[in-house]
Structures are given as C-alpha cells and as structure tokens.
Design a protein around this ligand. Sequence first.
Ligand SMILES: O=C(O)[C@@H](CO)OP(=O)(O)O
Ligand SMILES: [Mn+2]
Ligand SMILES: [Mn+2]
Length: 510
Amino acid sequence: MTETTDTRPGILLVLDGWGHAEPGPGNALAVADTPVLDGIRAKYPATLVEASGEHVGLLPGTVGNSEIGHMVIGAGRPLDYDSVLVQRQIDSGGLRDNPRLTEALDALAAGGGALHLVGLASDGQIHAHVDHLHELLSIAAARGVERVWVHAITDGRDVADRTAGHYLGRVEEFFATTGVGRLATVSGRGYALDKSGDLELTAKVTQAVADGRGALARDHGQILAGAGDGDVWINPTVLTDAAGEPLATVRDGDAILFANFRSDRIQQLADDLVKHLAESDVRILSLTQYDTEADIPALVGRADASGGLADQLEAHGLRSVRVAEQEKFEHVTYYLNGRDERRREVEEHVRITSDEAPEYTARPEMNLDRVADAVIEAAGRTDVALVAANLANIDVVGHTGDHDATVKAAEYTDGQVERILTAAAATGRWVVLVGDHGNAERMSKPGPDGAPLPYGGHTTNPVPAVVVPAPGQLLPDALRDGGSLADIAPTVLALLGRPSGPAMTGRSLL
Ligand SMILES: O=C(O)[C@@H](CO)OP(=O)(O)O
Ligand SMILES: [Mn+2]
Ligand SMILES: [Mn+2]
C-alpha cells in the first residue's frame, strides 16, 4: 500500500449496478453514450475489481448485491455474508442442531402446533435460496413437526421473470422428499418484499399468511394462470381446500420462521406480522438477524463488519457527508458503516426523497440531479474531508429489465457525473468511482429455448474502479489490477493520507 504524501479531500461515488462486460447483446452500458465515464476510464488510473462470489464473501459464482457490496466497500475486507454463514451451518449440520430451532420445533411437535415458513422461492441468492426451505422442512420432519406451511414469495427480479412455476414446483418436490409441508399462500415480492414503507402492499401478505384472507385458489397452477403482471406482482393468494376454506391460518401455539437470509426487504413484512400477531401466542424466528423494529430471535448471527471506513474517518476526525436517493440511502450509510446504525459526530446524512411514485422506466433520471446537487454542495465545504454518494439509476432502472430505459439511465448518470467532476476540480478534490456489483451490462439472458429474455438481475462481472486526481495531484498512472471491492476503503484512506484500518485486509489500488 503506497501512502500518498499529497493529502486532499475527495469524493467517493458508488455507481450502483455499474458492471463491466465486453460490448454485445444486452450490454446496455456499451450501447449508452457515456463520454464522461468512458473518458475518465481511458485517461485516469483505472482498473476492474471483483464484486461477486468469494471475492466479497459470497458463495463462489454468486452474483453481487448492494448490501454486501457496500459493506465490503466500507469494511475494507471481504465479509462472510449471511448466505455463506447459513450455508456453512447447513453443511456442518449446525443448523440441524441449532438450539433456537430445535427448541421451537420440539415445542411444536409436543403441542401440535404448525410451523409457517415465509421466504422468497428462488435461487437468485440475493435475498434467499429456495434450497434453504428444503433443509428447514427436512429438519422439521426429523423433529416430528407434523404440519409445516410454506408461504412462498415469488421472485421475477433476481431470476428471470415467469419462473415462479419452476420454483414452486421445486418446493412441492421438497414436500414429497421430506414427507412434510404444504403450500399455504403465494405472494409476489412486489407485495411481500416492499421496502418503500407502502404498508398497504405489506398488509395484503400479512392478512393472507396470518388470517387466510385474500384471493383464493386451489393450487399454484391456478394462481400463475392469472399472474398477468409477472412473478413480482402475483396477488397475495390463499390456497384453499375443496370446500373453499383456507388451508392454513396462524394459530396460538404455532411458530413462524422467516427464511430469507437478507433483511432489508423482508423486515417490513416481519414487523407487520409481529404487530398483527401481538396478542397471539406465536413464536416468531428468522433465519438470520433482521433489522426489524421488533426483536426477532435469529438462528444464524452475522459477521462482524466493524473497523471500516466510518471508524477510520471517526478516529482521524474526518467529516463525511453521505448522499443517496431513498432507494439506496441505507446502503451509503448503514451498510457502508458495516450494519452499524450508530451516527458518528463526524457524519452527516442527506436522503433525497421524492413524493411522487417512482416510475423508473418512464423517468430513468429518477432524482439524480438532486443527488448531484447535494454532492456538489458538500464538496464546496472545507470542513468535509469525504463526500460519499450512491448514484442509483443504473441498478434501479436496470432491475426493470427495460434495455432502452437503462441506456437512458446510464446516459443521464454520465451527465451528472460530469457535473460532480467539474465541482471536484473546482474544490480541489479527487474522485473515486466504483460499481457495487454488475447489472446493466447484462440486460438479457438466454431463456430455456435459447432465445434472449429480458434480465434485470445482478451479475458476477467485475466493476470499474477509477481515480480522478484533484488538479495537480500526483498519482501513479495506473491502478493495481486484480483487486476487489475490499480494496476501495484502503484506496480512499490512502488518498486522504491516512493508513488503512487495522482490521482491513484490502490494499490500496494506488
Ligand atoms: O432490489 C433488491 O433488493 C436487490 C435485488 O433483489 O438489489 P440490490 O442488492 O441492488 O438492492
Ligand atoms: Mn446495488
Ligand atoms: Mn440491485
């Protein structure tokens, strides 16, 4: 790690979903007209860094995601992500003997209560893995629990759309192989995993899961036949018996286990169900630790992510201003700080909100101009050592799967980056730009018949990392190749003229 003697304040821009791939079908970033981003990658020290799989603490071959991406950028080291910790407990047999789980299951077996499993049914591995339901069903059967209800959440965002039938079929196979379990409700993730605070969406799932109230269907085939808007927006539906009665409701003596390993979306549903069942005698658990208001016991704890950039800035008395739109505000604050909600005196947060409902395809610009305004304002302050911002468009619009809207999102981002670079030069600041995982560089995937289908999910591609020097700043003419997101915090600290944190295993790219 080379310490620059030339210490200057700077700006860290995380371009969400900004991955790298060779030009080709579906690469919206290669098609987009982005002269500023292309220009700095050619002119200034730049490289590609890994942002997926074991490089950032995910299982090998797993696409990157915003949580682990921002956590590793902040921590300056790979972190065992919750999905890895769960898989490790499964593989070691630890989950089977997990005392919180066995105590709950034994109480159900003794009292005749039912277990309700609530989770995203896909193998997208961003929020959940459907195979974890298989393990939980198998453990419940082994502990003598007779009734297990699966409340499946359909995806269509982390995996190709209209694949819910495939995954629900897998869940039905789990029932056959483990000898226990039935499907009780099916809800699209647009309802069940809303994180915008729209509790009307959440309530429809809570009523279906807890009270068996909502649209009715005899089997999941009937549900999918009516799923006109794709997997994300499948109406929360209750499965019924021949008489049209709901197969399951949550009763006293039952237990609910949330099976997503990622908290930031399912936590809204978990809190709503806890409130809804406050007067009931229902044990509620989660597979991993959730950031809910309610205190929900978790089966698998999370890795320690302390000692990162936020702690180093605080230790050196360096003020930072964090800026993002609401979709990515937690990422540039809470996750960048290692899932630590302590607000440090040297830290200021600017959350850009909008009162109109987001229309990402129609308005790929989102509110990025206001994000850039806030970055430029903070850059003008001499008491601010670091401005750290997330530019959300490329990922958030990328998730729509709409190639042309994503091209526009990238082009608009290019223009706003130009404004920020101009302000940085005027205020004597360097700028580090990095993606947190790939997305828009791959907007289509071959379907079962080989024909390209729209794909709005993340990728395992590396992401660009660029250092734009402050005017007159002396920097090496190239960045070290072969790095990962773990090397960003050490690079930022070196540019600030500070050493890496002792817990950081990443090394400066300079
Ligand atoms: O939107 C989300 O929750 C995930 C995709 O499911 O994306 P990101 O990791 O970028 O938040
Ligand atoms: Mn992201
Ligand atoms: Mn995303």
